[in-house]
Write a protein that binds this ligand. Structure first.
Ligand SMILES: [Ca+2]
Ligand SMILES: [Ca+2]
Length: 326
């Protein structure tokens, strides 16, 4: 069992990605080019000023209220990078991997405003990635879900970010319909099918080799999820929570989630389990996969930059070894 620790890495957001510091000597793809960049990782979440939504199981659980304006920052992702990136001398080596990002998007009706932002900011994300001088251009994928799931391009990558943006726009317009993504009827239930969507993203997208590729899922939802196998809103839900986590880990995919704390029909339900808090005794999915979590409501309130958050997810995980399964 590894010594899991949640790190509040984002005491500052870096809007422009520079050279990524390779923190681990033995990480694949590391070059020998030494750089003096000092990529400081807070060795203790308490030092960072970031409230850790993963580790707190107290009444403060998931409260992402850190807006430490004195440091000019907003809340960053809560990252769990395993236990090997802190407490050791940093090598300062420069390292680059290819980057594959699959967007796994809830397209139920309330998600329109978030998709507006994604549509507006995806080009900035792509520009920042291209500025990293990656071995080859970034590739993207798209999975959309309500109670059912659809993977775009049959799992083939988008190589043109403008095509991806047009598909974001199409699905953004779709949200107003309150329909299922495969056209099977309307959505009358609050839970959505995040798990099958994550699973299909992991299993069906044409990822490049894990040995040379940073594999990221950017997942968004503002609600809870069906835990399969079951039937939800008349749709067969295939996969359960543990099953989904195992597949993500097998494929070495990190999940970065933009999700809510409070939601449901009363707008009073705790919707954090699985995303920023444990779910039925299991770690949150971002924590289990070496990813991170942001509060979607802070993005919508312009307290967090969507594009800077995604850039930072890449910057903080590039060449960092995938955490061993719990
Ligand atoms: Ca919904
Ligand atoms: Ca539903």
């Amino acid at each position: 069992m590894r010594a899991s620790r949640s790190l509040g890495l984002a005491t500052h957001l870096r809007p422009v990605l520079g050279l990524t510091t390779c923190l681990i000597l033995a990480a694949p793809g590391c070059s020998d080019d030494a750089s003096g960049e000092d990529d400081v990782l807070g060795s203790d979440a308490a030092d960072s000023g970031i409230d850790s939504g993963f580790t707190s199981s107290s009444g403060e659980s998931g409260e992402a209220t850190s807006s430490d304006s004195s440091s000019g920052s907003t809340t960053g992702p809560l990252l769990d990078l395993g236990d090997s990136t802190t407490g050791t001398a940093e090598t300062g080596e420069v390292c680059n991997e290819d980057v594959d990002i699959v967007f796994v998007m809830d397209v139920s009706t309330t998600m329109g405003p978030f998709l507006d932002k994604l549509e507006q900011e995806i080009n900035a994300v792509d520009t920042a990635l291209n500025a990293l001088n990656l071995p080859s251009p970034p590739q993207y994928g798209l999975v959309v879900f309500v109670d059912d799931v659809l993977i775009s391009n049959a799992g083939a990558p988008y190589t043109d970010v403008n095509q991806l943006r047009m598909d974001f726009e199409m699905w953004n317009n779709f949200t107003a319909s309150n329909q299922q993504v495969q056209g099977g009827g309307s959505n009358s239930t609050w839970p959505e099918n995040s798990l099958d969507a994550l699973y299909i993203g992991a299993s069906t997208f044409q990822w490049r080799p894990a040995e040379t590729t940073l594999r990221l899922i950017i997942h968004t939802t503002d609600d809870t999820f069906w835990d399969g196998p079951t039937t939800g809103n008349g749709v067969a839900i295939q996969h359960g929570y543990a099953d989904t986590v195992s597949r993500l880990q097998l494929e070495q995919i990190r999940v970065f989630t933009f999700a809510a704390l409070i939601g449901g029909s009363c707008n009073c339900e705790d919707v954090s389990p699985g995303w920023s808090a444990p779910y039925m005794g299991m770690n949150a999915i971002p924590e289990s996969t070496g990813g991170g979590w942001w509060n979607i409501d802070e993005v919508l309130a312009n307290q967090i930059s969507l594009s800077a958050s995604i850039d930072q997810a890449v910057d903080d995980t590039m060449c960092v070894p995938y955490p061993p399964p719990d």
